[in-house]
Design a binder for this molecule. Structure first.
Ligand SMILES: Cc1cc2nc3c(=O)[nH]c(=O)nc-3n(C[C@H](O)[C@H](O)[C@H](O)COP(=O)(O)OP(=O)(O)OC[C@H]3O[C@@H](n4cnc5c(N)ncnc54)[C@H](O)[C@@H]3O)c2cc1C
Length: 445
């Protein structure tokens, strides 16, 4: 028997799921359906361009796509090009791994004048569905809300010079956009104390390596109470982060032209605009931690920071998929260990999920592997041959009739070569093609 499986979403979670399926005792045939021409999801369109070492994971993921049991069907959007009941004609099981691309809301006055980190990240990572330009609105000081790695990525890209970013894979439109930046000071705000900062120790220390950016850790709010001590006792990496921050707090500035300021125990209160709706300041409220569990409350002490833009890096959010149940509160597909559940809580036969759309947008690329293993375990246990049309040719005929311009793995390999060649000409590893038409052209011509 050969199980036929469709994976919807070609990010790391979907590719790991396909890989694990091929390593099982069962014969499988897997099609990965991806809305973009390029695979790899947020590894290509989320991980910061100046983190080439992490982007290298793409090479391992690409080797999976090379397996004979796996086909990549790019440039196909689930919901418009194909629906669940149509997929069930051709596949015994469908795994949804569509990840996350939107920003969470904050719920403060003036929020509509702030910018979601996901939009900015998509721009600097040259996502083909997003506008090619970015308006820094002449801001010299900006605020970034959040103390995770995405906040650090955003703060770093806002603070670094365009020339520093030119060694990366950014296309000309991003380089030109970054050159218009006049930002000298990036203020990063955390509502909790430094013991709870969720940065990776390596990413934090790396901030110090830029010749143009210095990190200023402000002493106000830099307090570690008994709960904070207990917390870092249980979380080794957060202890390393705290040690680094403690080394930097209050140190003398060395006079680099740009600064990233880290402020603790300041919670977002309001984005302040002028009569034309232009951001002129950001208000924060000092917090304190009166409870034994380390939670914080506002003290009523407000500070107004004169900034020209406010970036929210408080978390990504997944979007509901047409025809599938949705847990509005958690913004995930309701599931039990990857088995998709209907409104009564029963498993919908043959329908599974993995990655960020399964468990919410937290965790590193590596976490999507163990996640996929759990989902595939259930799939192999529960799935039988149910699809009436059991051939790749039937799938190809369906998409041809739909008028979908399927971008295959061979097309991606050609696009990949093209991007590497563009890079070589500029002594860079790669230069990304930033538009869908350009990607299709490079891969299919
Ligand atoms: C800004 C940022 C920086 C990060 N940096 C790091 C880092 O440095 N190191 C690290 O380990 N982790 C990092 N991560 C986390 C990592 O990217 C995630 O853990 C991982 O990408 C989640 O994988 P996923 O496959 O679930 O989702 P995604 O990577 O989001 O992939 C989902 C895929 O589904 C596709 N899709 C969506 N809707 C449809 C549809 N309707 N039809 C067809 N396809 C669809 C999308 O185009 C996408 O390709 C970062 C995340 C972000 C947001």
């Amino acid at each position: 028997m050969t199980l036929r499986v469709a994976v919807v979403g070609g990010g790391p979670a979907g590719i790991y799921a396909a890989d694990i399926l091929t390593k099982s005792d069962v014969d499988v045939s897997v099609d990965i359906i991806e809305r973009l021409p390029a695979p790899f999801g947020l590894v290509r369109y989320g991980v910061a361009p100046d983190h080439p070492r992490i982007k290298e994971i793409i090479k391992a993921l690409d080797r999976v796509l090379d397996k004979p049991e796996i086909r990549f069907l790019g440039n196909v959007n689930f919901g418009t090009d194909v629906k669940l009941e149509e997929l069930q004609e051709f596949y015994d099981a469908v795994i949804f791994s569509t990840g996350a691309k939107s920003d969470r809301d904050l719920g403060i006055p003036g929020e509509e004048h702030s910018i979601g980190a996901a939009d900015f990240v998509s721009w600097y990572d040259a996502h083909p569905d997003d506008a090619p330009t970015w308006d820094f609105e002449g801001a010299t000081r900006v605020a970034v809300l959040g103390v995770g790695n995405v906040a650090l990525d955003v703060a770093r890209v806002l603070a670094k010079t365009a020339d520093e970013m030119l060694v990366t894979d950014i296309p000309a439109q991003v380089f030109e956009g970054l050159k218009t930046k006049q930002i000298t000071d990036v203020h990063v705000f955390s509502r909790r104390g430094p013991a709870y900062a969720k940065f990776s120790p390596l990413e934090l220390r790396e901030l110090n390596h830029s010749p143009n950016v210095e990190v200023v850790v402000h002493p106000e709010g830099f307090d570690v109470d008994a709960d904070g001590m207990e917390h870092i006792g249980k979380h080794k990496s957060q202890k390393m982060v705290l040690d680094t921050l403690a080394n930097w707090v209050g140190r003398d500035e060395v006079g680099k032209p740009h600064r990233i300021h880290l402020h603790f125990m300041e919670q977002p209160a309001e984005v302040v605009t002028d009569a034309d709706g232009k951001v002129v300041a950001f208000k924060t409220e000092r917090t304190h931690s009166p409870n034994a569990d380390g939670t914080v409350e506002g003290t009523g002490e407000i500070t107004e920071w004169p900034v020209g833009q406010v970036y929210r890096a408080i978390g990504y959010k997944s979007d509901a998929l047409p025809g599938l149940p949705w847990d509005e509160r958690k913004a995930v597909i309701p599931n039990d260990g990857g088995k998709v559940l209907d409104l009564e809580g029963n498993h919908i036969p043959g329908v599974f999920t993995t990655g960020w759309i399964k468990r919410g947008p937290v965790g590193l690329i590596g976490h999507t592997k163990s996640d996929a293993a759990e989902t595939v375990g259930h799939l192999l246990e529960l799935t039988t041959e149910t699809a009436p049309q059991r051939s790749d040719e039937a799938v190809d005929a369906f998409f041809a009739e739909r008028g979908a311009n399927v971008f295959t793995h061979e097309h991606w390999l050609k696009l990949n070569e093209h991007e590497i060649a563009l890079g070589e000409a500029q002594e860079r590893l790669r230069v990304k093609v930033p538009t869908r038409e350009g990607m299709l052209d490079a891969g299919q011509s």
